[in-house]
Ligand binder design. Sequence first.
Ligand SMILES: Cc1cc2nc3c(=O)[nH]c(=O)nc-3n(C[C@H](O)[C@H](O)[C@H](O)COP(=O)(O)OP(=O)(O)OC[C@H]3O[C@@H](n4cnc5c(N)ncnc54)[C@H](O)[C@@H]3O)c2cc1C
Length: 479
Amino acid sequence: MDDLVVELAGLLGEAHVLVSAQDQAPFLSDWLGKYRGAARAVVRPGSTEEVAAVMRLCTRHGVPVVPQGGNTSMSGGATPDGSGRAIVLSLTRMNRIRALDAIGNTITVDAGVVLARVQQAAQQAGRFFPLSFGAEGSCTIGGNLAANAGGVAVLRYGTMRELTLGLEVVLADGRIWDGLTALRKDSTGYSLRDLFIGSEGTLGVITGAVLKLFAQPHARATAFVAVPDVAAALSLLAVARDRCGDRLTAFEFMTGDCLSLILRHVGEARLPLGAMPPAAVLIELSDQDDEPGLRDRLEAALLGSIETGLVLDAAIAQDGTQAKAFWRIREGVSEALVREGKAAKHDVSMPVSAMADFVAAADAAVHTAALGVRPIVFGHLGDGNLHYNLLPAQGQDPAAFAALTPALTRIVHDEIACRRGSISAEHGIGQLRVAEMPLRKAPLDLELMRSLKDLLDPAGLLNPGKLLAGKLLPASTSN
Ligand SMILES: Cc1cc2nc3c(=O)[nH]c(=O)nc-3n(C[C@H](O)[C@H](O)[C@H](O)COP(=O)(O)OP(=O)(O)OC[C@H]3O[C@@H](n4cnc5c(N)ncnc54)[C@H](O)[C@@H]3O)c2cc1C
């Protein structure tokens, strides 16, 4: 047997070192079915000390390590390459809620805890953890941190970066960095915590986190709203902000084409409107107030907007079941896209005020480049984040469309660059966008990122080929 595997089994026990093709299979391909890799072993440590021991061993042997949580990455971030040299380090056995402080409003967890469990633990203690999105039943806190995940409540509560107070991280050489503090204020120099958030497993393995909790919202009001276009949706966002203030929790946008796709592929999704609209937004308010009061506030904002032509039609959920049905539509987008075929995926962000112009310009440019291409556009409009997906023309050969994809991506990302936007708002660079980094990041950005990578992972063993590929720049390059 492979010497490394024998040593790993000595550290973790044979049951937690997977070598057979069958056992490894779920860890070697991504959620979208776009990437498939190979691994020397899949290891499943059960504690921070075991992660440290694995890292020491891998550094000694020069073996690459791909950290993995729930394996729901949308950018191939947790899938090893095809060489079979790397080990996959799965954190899912590390699933303890370590502590919950209801007075200090914090929860301390292992990195492998599934997001939905953190939400439940907070709720059981009368508190609230706001990170939420379609993959919450299987993604983990470590993956959420490594990708700086966003989701549907960023508008009110921020991304994972804003939701985190402290981290525990195992470095490439096996040292354990204990930054697991619950401080809301700390003015003692560089924020090392923020370095690891969004680093996609390339700087260290996150093993624990202290997260912020909030007051549980007792009332929610949810509406499914037909709008003429992106520009109207943005004006409606301004109205909703003015009328509802901080109560505005979610403002999710979908084009009519996106809605049609969901209704076609997600059996239980039902449109709560009279007719298929050109576009729609799902609006949610949340508060400590009484629910009827909150619903009245939402209704007043929508009625005023019908008069000004921003809203074509609207349905307000009368109870939790209806609200859930509205959310089922929004949450069905990813699975509907997977069922329709392989899309060219873009996860872009830009100033909110630039979004209508971006969609018009990108739509026009991609239609010129690829006849019949189908933009499926949805996203977190209030955060300036759109998922701008492109499906092949009806009946187009998937291979022909795949050949066109780099050119289409170039077009979309050019439209983002001229608006000073980002090519990844929340899904990360992974392997999907790694070739774009030298084109889209300033040389000085890349140089500083490369210096940090070299400092923390000099042998380049942590998640190679993701985020930063190879040595990108000579040291002298400047901005
Ligand atoms: C249906 C669906 C809907 C989604 N919606 C959203 C959304 O609205 N918003 C959003 O932000 N994302 C969304 N995602 C993307 C994905 O769920 C998130 O990126 C999630 O945060 C990944 O968590 P994970 O545990 O699955 O990480 P993985 O997929 O396992 O890994 C993601 C990245 O993090 C690294 N990593 C994992 N664990 C660790 C660790 N402990 N230490 C260091 N690095 C680690 C991996 O190497 C990889 O680079 C969605 C995905 C799906 C399938």
